[in-house]
Design a protein around this ligand. Structure first.
Ligand SMILES: [Zn+2]
Length: 257
């Protein structure tokens, strides 16, 4: 039986082995790069990967952007090549602001965020957003942009309806098993705005407080699909097909393939 593809719409991949594991398990990652070094390493891994699999019939998707943690060191992360690299990326992200996990000055965060949004507009790219405890300020900034937006790991109990009204998509991951805010948010989300994410192996290890075996990646994503299906009261297959359709719509596959 052919396994259906699953899209992990926001992840971080730090080695060729993990990249291979994704495709071995029929999981299509959208790989985040938050520096030119991460981008160059991904391109090198991609070359090796494609050379070893001449019959590979997919594309390797990536997002690229200045993370709010690094908003005061844009030059260090991207040198002068930020705009060039953004032009070639599938999506811009993760970009945004954070008042919880970093102490980067808010002025720097907002400047880098707005610069990235302006570039997304200029190059007609969708964005992946990091909004941790800056939801209201981010909402106020986004109101002026007409972009396709994906909010990653949203865990705030407020503004969900406001972001839905802006047209945002939401990536949901295994936090759905542990965080009541995520479950409540999913109840409010229309089916055509939900995407899947892991946020990468490090995030999974942080979340579950134990080592994560990459061979369990498909199991964990299928468990999230099952949980989403239960909350939305649809079958696993309907949920899974909807997640795939949403992912492919945002990746523009209806247009390119
Ligand atoms: Zn991330």
């Amino acid at each position: 039986m052919v396994r259906k593809k699953i899209y992990d719409f926001h992840t971080h991949i730090s080695s060729l082995e993990v990249l291979e594991a994704y495709y071995d398990h029929d999981i299509v990652p959208v790989i985040n790069c938050q520096s030119s070094n991460e981008y160059l390493r991904l391109m090198a891994d991609r070359d090796v990967f494609l050379k070893a699999r001449p019959y590979f019939d997919g594309r390797i998707y990536y997002s690229l952007g200045i993370h709010p943690f690094d908003a005061d060191i844009v030059d260090q992360q991207f040198g002068s090549s930020y705009e060039d690299l953004i032009g070639g990326a599938d999506l811009i992200g993760e970009i945004g602001m954070d008042a919880c996990w970093c102490d980067t000055p808010f002025d720097d965060q907002e400047r880098a965020f707005v610069m990235s949004l302006d570039l997304a507009k200029k190059y007609n790219k969708s964005v992946i957003l990091h909004t941790k405890m800056m939801e209201a300020r981010i909402y106020n900034i986004l109101k002026d942009y007409n972009l396709d937006m994906v909010i990653h790991w949203y865990s705030c109990d407020k503004y969900v309806r406001e972001f839905i009204d802006l047209g945002c998509y939401f990536t949901v991951g295994p936090a759905i098993f542990l965080d009541e805010n995520v479950r409540n948010m999913v109840k409010l989300l229309p089916m055509d705005r939900i995407l899947l994410e892991t946020d990468g192996v490090d995030a999974l290890e942080w979340l579950f407080k134990k080592e994560f075996d990459i061979n369990n990646l498909r199991n964990i994503l299928e468990a999230v699909i099952g949980e989403l299906a239960d909350i939305k009261q649809v079958s696993f297959d309907i949920m899974s097909d909807s997640l795939t359709a949403n992912s492919e719509r945002l990746l523009g596959k209806d247009f390119y393939e």
